[in-house]
Ligand binder design. Structure first.
Ligand code: 5GP
Ligand code: ZN
Length: 137
């Protein structure tokens, strides 16, 4: 397996792991955008959230919550931006699902998730909602 994050999870590559359990691992981003910028992953490889086995989903989100609480206690940020770059168009560079936990401080110069893109829809919200609802049938 050539996947970088699988190698980190398997300890084939040394990294700053801050939390691990049977199902998940959390480690510091090598190019942090802020103090404590952490990535949370499942030990099971999946490219993205759509490929993630349902039974791995709850443990991943439990670890996300636990690690966010750990960072909150350790570094006392004013807030967090938590997110996934899903797909290369969205900026995903490593094809192993990872959730970024980025501590935020007042006046840190960053923006909200709304700053990531400004591509307003051309269709009505009703039409878009209908499409999404119908996809579940
Ligand atoms: P993406 O754009 O795929 O959401 O983010 C990938 C992240 O992985 C980047 O923030 C990058 O800094 C981080 N990264 C890349 N290689 C390594 C590595 O070897 N170790 C760690 N800890 N992070 C890495
Ligand atoms: Zn992997």
């Amino acid at each position: 397996m050539e996947c970088l994050f699988c190698k980190i999870a398997n300890k084939e590559i040394r990294d700053n792991v801050v939390y691990e359990d049977e199902k998940t691992v959390a480690f510091l981003d090598i190019n942090p955008r802020a103090d404590g910028h952490t990535m949370v992953i499942s030990r099971v490889h999946s490219n993205n959230i759509l490929d993630l086995d349902d039974k791995e989903t709850a443990p991943l989100f439990l670890t996300l919550k636990r690690v966010t609480a750990m960072i909150d206690k350790a570094l006392k940020p004013d807030g967090f931006t938590i997110g996934i770059n899903h797909g290369s168009s969205a900026g995903q560079a490593v094809d192993h699902l990872h959730i970024h936990v980025i501590p935020r401080w007042k006046n840190d110069g960053g923006s909200s998730i709304h700053g990531v893109v400004g591509n307003p829809p051309r269709e009505s919200l009703d039409a878009i909602a209908e499409k999404i609802k119908n996809s579940n049938k």
